[in-house]
Design a protein around this ligand. Structure first.
Ligand SMILES: Cc1ncc(COP(=O)(O)O)c(C=O)c1O
Length: 341
């Protein structure tokens, strides 16, 4: 298959990560995370997020999200999130089915959670006939490729905590956000009081593996049992951990995410020459959303497969990855230019 702009998880494993997997592939080591690689990865997470955090590795992002929420919620408690949140749109009902909790969704036009719109769900707190909001979940970067500023996250954290709610961040693309904000992870997460984070690796060059980071360590109590019971305890944990060691060392994950972000900005800039193409969201990170004439769809899809975000509007989502090159973008834009003639 040709390289594509469909998603950042269409790309392969970064060579440095593959090397780390091969490097861990020697001899016998203890299983289920009782190994040196896991210990080293945990220490790196503490360096990036704070000494006190507790970290647990799982296989995939949906599990990281569902288990983060499950660590915080009783069966009658609910999650406030945007209508576009991955937990609401793309997890096949896993939060509802596996976690058993209700999602209370808030409309959004830029992917971010609007506090005033979320607040209306608080009016029936304490009324026994209504599900009780207990956690706010936001995605950083958002599903529309936008990035919350420090001030925006601080405001949401204050809103959550002043109303007795926890704050979860779906950080499937947290490295892209760190690169975009040019800030250490802790400055826009743990230091603002985010309680629990799903930290992604897969979309930014890992083979598989995500981390759940507890800033609020009360929520980590008993979590090891929840992870095992939820079938997310890897017996050969060292191969997830070794990836995270490489990922978090020498700013590897920031460099790869910054590259992906730059490629999206390059695509946006090149598209500015075409009045028939309208960019519909700020290109804060590694996604470009655009509307263009339907007549060129096939030519573009022949060059690079991608998904339509809104078929009615003919709005596409183009995502760049750690391995997207300027040449890939130039070829795509050349096809677009020819098709528009
Ligand atoms: C915002 C967001 N959260 C979480 C995920 C994790 O998904 P998966 O379960 O496919 O690893 C994704 C992947 O598309 C995502 O885009």
């Amino acid at each position: 298959m040709k390289k594509s702009l469909a998603s950042d998880n269409y790309s392969g494993i970064h060579p440095a990560i593959l090397e780390a997997i091969a490097g861990a592939n020697h001899g016998h080591v203890s299983s289920y995370g009782h190994d040196e690689y896991t210990h080293s990865a945990e220490l790196l997470f503490k360096q990036h997020f704070g000494d006190h955090v507790e970290v647990f590795f799982v296989f995939l992002g949906t599990a990281a999200n569902v288990l983060s929420l499950a660590s915080a919620l009783r069966p009658y408690e609910a999650v406030l999130c945007t209508e576009l949140a991955h937990i609401n749109t793309d997890e096949c009902g896993a939060p509802e089915h596996i976690g058993g909790f209700k999602l209370l969704t808030v409309p959004t036009t830029d992917g971010k959670l609007n506090i005033e719109k979320a607040r209306r769900y608080l009016q029936n707190v304490g009324f026994e006939h209504n599900v009780q909001p207990k956690l706010v979940s936001i995605s950083q970067t958002t599903e529309l490729g936008t990035v919350y500023s420090v001030q925006e996250i601080k405001a949401i954290a204050d809103f959550a905590h002043s109303n007795g709610l926890y704050l979860h961040v779906d950080g499937a693309r947290l490295s892209n956000a760190a690169a975009a904000l040019n800030l250490p992870f802790r400055e826009f997460t743990t230091e603002l009081g985010v309680d629990v984070i799903s930290f992604g690796g897969t979309k930014n060059g890992m083979m598989l593996g995500e981390a759940i980071i507890f800033n609020n360590t009360e929520l980590a109590k008993g979590f090891k049992y929840l992870r095992k019971q939820s079938m997310q305890l890897a017996s050969k944990m060292r191969f997830i951990s070794a990836q995270f060691v490489a990922y978090l060392t020498n700013n590897h994950c920031i460099a790869t995410a910054a590259h992906a972000n730059q490629m999206a900005a390059y695509l946006r800039d090149r598209l500015a020459a075409f009045p028939q193409v309208t960019i519909t969201q700020p290109v804060d990170a590694n996604a470009v959303f655009a509307i263009f004439p339907k007549a060129i769809n096939q030519a573009l899809l022949d060059e690079s497969f991608f998904y339509f975000w809104d078929e009615e509007k003919n709005e596409a989502r183009w995502m760049t990855s750690w391995d997207t090159t300027k040449e890939d973008i130039d070829r795509f834009v050349d096809v677009l230019a020819d098709a528009l003639l």
